[in-house]
Design a protein around this ligand. Structure first.
Ligand code: AHG
Ligand code: MN
Ligand code: MN
Length: 336
């Protein structure tokens, strides 16, 4: 049982292998947590806030998807909360084409923040868990800040986390020393540590994939899932269960809680795209969290955190979760 301390105290007391968390990073994480708290309130309000509904959609994002109002609200909350704190040089979001440099009138910090303000948008209207995913990088030395500064491999992240808005609002965080979970205590208005040193079991009998895309899959993915489906009498010798929530935050949260493997692989629908999920806002932060909990994250042919990004909104094929399952699935891909 984790000691019931607040996120603030946790961040002050946490000792990583390389020492304590720098004050700027600590304060930055607190600001992100505060922003997530207000997003949580907006999500909870639902239709009362007048922000739901595809019919009310305002615009398309640069990925060509319809933005719900709540996506935009979450994006604005994160930008506004973070731009004047003095901890950041710039931000990048799934919902903005270019980077958002901290305006000159505010103090400039040494970190870069990336986020998917609301993950699982298709679940907003149907009252299913959604979340905010974030990643923190250090700004490279030198004057000014550019998009190029964000193009760092996931292994360079200094903090990553997500906040899931479900039956409970839970913040999950890594600063490179394991994974901790904080539950929002609405009466106190603060995130309280509820689990430390989360470990993902190395084996699992549960997979998550959008089965409706089966006919478009590549051979290795088809083989891996076919073998799972054959159950006890097949090569795996055990029956598998399946879950697909269509909110990556919720699927990853389940995997952190009880193990499992999540796949959103490249497929033949749009062969020129490397995958659906975004490297910088989804795969890197989730990949690092999963690795920090003893799991693995791969494209099938490469460790996700080793990818050298070429552009901000880069997409990637994702297989993550219980280590032995990820390794098995990856072993079906030919080495490149
Ligand atoms: P977002 O809402 O930020 O665009 O992300 C949705 C992602 C991810 O959360 C989820 O795993 C996946 O899209 C679901 O995709 P399908 O609808 O194709 O199953
Ligand atoms: Mn997303
Ligand atoms: Mn999103």
């Amino acid at each position: 049982m984790a000691p019931k301390i607040s996120l603030t105290r946790y961040l002050v007391e946490e000792q990583r292998v390389d020492g304590s968390i720098p004050a700027q990073l600590r304060l930055l994480l607190e600001v992100v947590a505060r922003a997530c708290k207000s997003i949580s309130l907006a999500v909870n309000k639902g239709a009362l806030g007048g922000v739901l509904g595809v019919a009310e959609a305002e615009s398309e994002n640069i990925q060509g998807e319809i933005q719900k109002k709540l996506d935009i609200i979450a994006n604005d909350v994160l930008i506004e909360a973070n731009e004047w704190g003095g901890h950041l040089a710039a931000m990048a979001s799934e919902e903005m084409e270019g980077i958002h440099v901290v305006p000159n009138r505010y103090p400039q910090g040494e970190y870069l923040l990336l986020f998917d303000p609301l993950d699982g948008s298709s679940n907003i209207d149907v009252n299913v868990s959604i979340g905010t995913i974030f990643s923190v990088l250090r700004k490279p030395e030198g004057a000014g800040v550019s998009e190029q500064d964000f193009l760092q491999a996931g292994a360079k992240q200094v903090a990553a986390g997500y906040c899931i808005y479900g039956p409970q609002t839970t913040l999950v965080l890594t600063v490179g020393d394991g994974v901790a979970m904080f539950t929002l205590d609405r009466e106190q208005g603060s995130f309280v540590l509820t689990q430390e040193n989360i470990r993902i079991p190395e084996d699992t009998k549960e997979f998550a994939i959008n089965m409706s895309n089966m006919r478009h899959w590549d051979e290795p993915v088809k083989r891996y899932i076919d073998e799972c489906l054959l159950g006890k009498t097949g090569p795996r010798g055990k029956d598998f269960n399946m879950r697909w929530i269509a909110s990556m935050v919720a699927d990853v949260h389940r995997i952190l809680t009880r193990g499992g493997v999540f796949l959103y692989p490249w497929d033949k629908r749009e062969p020129e795209k490397p995958g659906k999920l975004r490297l910088m806002y989804e795969a890197n932060p989730m990949g690092w969290i999963v690795e920090q909990a003893g799991g693995a994250a791969s494209t099938g042919t490469q460790r996700i955190l080793d990818i050298q990004p070429e552009k901000l909104h880069q997409r990637v094929s994702v297989i993550l979760g219980s280590k032995n399952e990820v390794e098995r699935a990856a072993s079906y891909f030919a080495p490149v």
